[in-house]
Design a protein around this ligand. Structure first.
Ligand code: GLU
Length: 490
């Protein structure tokens, strides 16, 4: 049995969760997974997802990255209920929290200069001691500190970490995590320019926004004891912390640019269906209950957003790191493309056509949809509809030179395909059965294998050596295009 608090909101209230990206880069895979887990959690319980942009690092945050993050979330279909809030617009809240901590004696002014701190850190390292702040200014009396501050001396505000004891929290994923206070340093809350540090702004916001559950990457575990101390000092109730394991590349090192695409939006550019990516991402570090409630049927891997929302819980989050498997993502993508109706695929495919600068005559809707249906079992990604399947949608398509070399080099075959074109032009009924019959009869009359004509015609009609069944291809292209493309060979 799990503790009820781990998987349900405190006091039966609806959970309030947040996704709090720093706009110092695009929405990467790890961030998107954090956003997704928060979204699933909020939706499962009918709670609130708040989007908060942590842009206090002015040098590294850009508006372009904010836009990139929003775009990535929209692409994945992750909507938020409140925000986006920008931390740069909420500075008063952090300063007020800093002042409160100073007043209660949990914070103190630190007058150490950057140079002094660097010297002491270097000395500690050289002497084999941990390079943490030595507490020099903690010894200054409050009156003295006030006097120096009022006299205009530059001062940061630091948190006075208890000198002994432990700080712990019960993580919903990792269980109880304890840190000895002696290992934590008196961290900075407000810099000498008045700007808040991450620890202060994140806790002040989470308290102000009444966040009940903090679901975020396991790389934040080491930050958590400091934040727990801040909650306690501010007299606020602790939220539930749920740290999710990291995502590793196939070589088991932390996922990074070395492993290829890491920004979520680059997967759109690779022709991945957003729902497929979301399904894949949900299973990175989370395992749904293995049987659906009340049945013995194993939970499938393909899960719709409704199913994901219904099944999601913090209990299923794994403690071990997840591995990003590109083959698995490709599998999800093909499964989604196959399962989608042509109507659902069409707008996604149209985006690919636009990107590829392709003009497709979309007036004949039935033809368009049946052609997509014909092709989708062979699609590896959405881009295929603008690349390998191009010939199905436009007359302006390239031909694979290797396929021409293999199947259309023989002048006799080309001539016979020209004859086939004439026979087709005269056909009263241009059906799959009729086109096949005529081709086979021509092959017999010429004393060659039907396969030679079929392979040649496939290249002539699609530019490719591989395609769906030739006669289905002819139906997709229609009589006029089929005849024209075969005539063009001579
Ligand atoms: N802004 C932090 C980050 O992008 C997240 C802070 C948090 O979730 O507590 O890593």
């Amino acid at each position: 049995m799990t503790d009820s608090h781990k998987n349900s909101p405190l006091d039966g209230a609806k959970p309030r969760v947040r996704f709090a990206p720093s706009p110092t880069g695009y929405l990467h895979v790890g961030g998107a997974r954090t956003a997704l887990f928060n979204w699933l959690y909020a939706r499962h319980f009918g709670g609130t997802l708040i989007l908060r942009i942590e842009d206090t690092d002015l040098e590294r945050s850009t508006e372009e990255m904010v836009e990139g993050i929003l775009q990535g979330m929209r692409w994945l279909g992750l909507d938020w209920d409140d925000g986006p809030y920008f931390q740069t617009k909420r500075m008063d809240i952090y300063r007020a929290a800093g002042v409160k901590l100073l007043a209660s004696g949990h914070g103190y002014y630190c007058f150490c200069t950057k140079e002094q701190l660097e010297d002491r850190r270097a000395k500690a390292t050289a002497e084999g001691r941990p390079p943490k702040y030595d507490g020099a200014c903690r010894k200054i009396s409050r009156e003295e500190a006030e006097r120096r501050k009022n006299a205009g001396e530059a001062a940061a505000v630091r948190f006075a970490v208890p000198e002994s004891g432990v700080t712990f929290f019960d993580d919903a994923v990792f269980g109880r995590i304890e840190f000895a206070n002696s290992e934590l340093e008196d961290f900075v809350l407000l810099r000498s320019d008045g700007g808040p540090t991450y620890h202060l702004s994140v806790v002040a916001d989470d308290v102000d926004m009444k966040i009940t559950h903090i679901i975020r990457g396991a790389d934040h575990i080491s930050n958590t004891p400091k934040q727990v101390l801040l909650y306690q000092a501010l007299g606020a109730a602790l939220p539930v912390f749920a740290h999710v394991p990291l995502i590793l590349g196939p070589d088991k090192t932390r996922l990074s640019k070395r492993h290829g695409a890491t920004s979520v939006i680059s997967y759109r550019d690779l022709g991945i269906v957003p729902e497929a990516f979301r399904n894949f991402l949900a299973l990175l570090g989370w395992t749904p209950p293995q049987t659906a409630a009340g049945t013995n049927e194993a939970t499938p891997e393909i899960l719709s957003d409704t199913q994901l929302i219904q099944l999601f819980g913090l209990d299923g989050i794994s403690r071990s790191n997840a591995v990003f498997d590109n083959d698995k993502l490709a599998w999800f993508n093909t499964e989604y493309i196959r399962a989608y109706s042509a109507e659902k695929l069409l707008p996604l495919i149209e985006e690919e056509w636009t990107k590829a600068g392709m003009r497709v005559d979309t007036r004949d809707g039935n033809w368009l949809l049946s052609t997509i249906d014909l092709l989708k079992p062979r699609a590896r990604n959405l881009k295929d509809f603008a690349t390998s399947f191009r010939a199905f949608f436009t007359d302006d398509y390239p031909s694979d030179p290797a396929a021409i070399e293999k199947f259309l080099k023989d002048g006799n075959i080309r001539k016979m395909l020209g004859e086939l074109a004439d026979l087709y032009a005269a056909l009263p009924e241009f059906t799959e059965a009729e086109t096949e019959r005529v081709l086979r009869e021509l092959a017999t009359a010429k004393g060659i294998k039907a396969g030679a004509l079929i392979n040649g015609a496939r290249v002539a009609l699609t530019g490719q050596g591989v395609a769906p069944s030739l006669f289905a291809v002819m139906m997709a292209l229609g009589k006029e295009r089929t005849v024209k493309r075969l005539q063009k060979l001579n």
